[in-house]
Design a protein around this ligand. Structure first.
Ligand code: ADE
Ligand code: ZN
Length: 341
């Protein structure tokens, strides 16, 4: 077994993956036919070409306009988990969805949530991969719309829906705008996270932690511009859900050996790797480890440490985390032996 195969086969946890960014091109084409929706090209693979977060978000909206019925949501969740399991030995995911991307098209919140859960349950049964859901505030929505979405998620709550997050373009819309949504979600017992310092200043991380009550940070690269925020996050053991490929493409760190994730690790921050929007960025959770660990020539110990960080950063309870650590440690031992042969 070569090192790339070892990295692909390491068991993994993923906490930063948007279901709407995991649609297979063929599925987009099938759903477009099913619902008689015209796409700009019939060569769907070419749809996933863009250079900025703004272009990306437009295409994100376009391909998801084909997802309408409960069965469609079930299909995209199932296929997304199947890709994770098959391409990267994914065992557990906390997966984002953007409710308002769908509700603004007239899809009911219950259709979205029930459909996604149908897909997650089938994937767990068939493939042994578990998944929980995080509803994301879309930053370009108004605070009132985000609050209404949050209340609707709470009203349609299922056990599988465990958190509130926040995404879309960070630079124009700072996190404090959405204080009410986070307060409401926190009071309802949802876990909290947010994309921050992906395309904004390090103070957005402090705002997310202190004002919004976030427990972990999605991305976080611009933290390196403020030593005090770095020190605080190191001391508080804040976890960062980093995404090498997606940010290499839309934020201009094409060389993974100089990607800020490396400096974050050197600074003693807790990071792990995620695929963000895998089909849209032509990646998968296995490839993220192969490329980032491989190109930086990190040893197996580092790869395993990042995977373990993912378990620790998850919102599983303590006994579930301990169980996952035991299962992963057994698989690590077997893989280490194969690598050494
Ligand atoms: N929504 C989906 N993927 C995203 C990303 N990488 N950044 C911000 N919003 C997103
Ligand atoms: Zn993201």
């Amino acid at each position: 077994m070569d090192y790339a195969e070892y990295l692909r086969r390491l068991p993994k946890v993923e906490l930063h993956c948007h279901v709407e960014g995991t649609l297979r091109p063929q599925t987009v084409a099938d759903l477009a036919v099913k619902h008689d929706i015209a796409l700009p090209t019939t060569d769907v693979d070419r749809i996933y070409d863009y250079e900025t977060i703004y272009e990306f978000l437009e295409i994100f909206r376009l391909v998801n306009s084909t997802v309408i019925e409960r069965d469609d949501f079930a299909r995209i969740a199932y296929e997304s988990l199947e890709d994770g399991a098959q391409l990267g030995n994914l065992k557990y995911r906390e997966m984002f969805f953007n409710p308002t991307l769908h509700t603004t098209r007239g899809v009911a919140m219950s259709t979205i949530i029930d459909g996604l859960i149908d897909g997650c349950r089938s994937a767990e049964q068939d493939l042994g991969v578990r998944c929980r859901l995080i509803a994301d505030v879309y930053r370009q929505d108004s605070p009132a719309m985000a609050l209404q979405m949050t209340k609707e998620v709470i009203a349609n709550r299922r056990d599988e829906v465990i958190g509130l997050g926040m995404d879309a373009a960070e630079a124009p819309d700072p996190p404090e705008r959405f204080f009410e949504s986070f307060r409401t979600a926190g009071e309802a017992g949802l876990h909290l996270t947010s994309h921050a310092a992906e395309d904004g200043p390090p103070k957005n991380i402090s705002t997310c932690l202190d004002l919004l009550g976030c427990e972990r940070i999605d991305h976080g690269y611009h933290i390196l511009e403020d030593d005090a925020v770095v020190e605080r996050c190191r001391e508080d053991g804040i976890h960062f859900t980093c995404c090498p490929t997606s940010t290499a493409i839309v934020y201009g760190w094409p060389d993974l050996t100089t990607h800020p994730i490396n400096e974050m690790m050197k600074a003693g921050l807790l990071v792990h790797l995620n695929s963000d929007d895998p089909t849209m960025f032509r990646t998968d959770i296995g490839k993220e480890y192969v490329d980032f660990i491989g190109q930086n020539e990190y040893p197996p110990e580092t790869a395993k440490e990042l995977v373990r960080n993912g378990i620790d950063a998850s919102w599983l309870d303590a006994s579930e985390k301990a169980g996952l650590h035991r299962v992963f440690d057994d698989e690590f031992t077997a893989l280490d032996k194969e690598l050494a042969q």
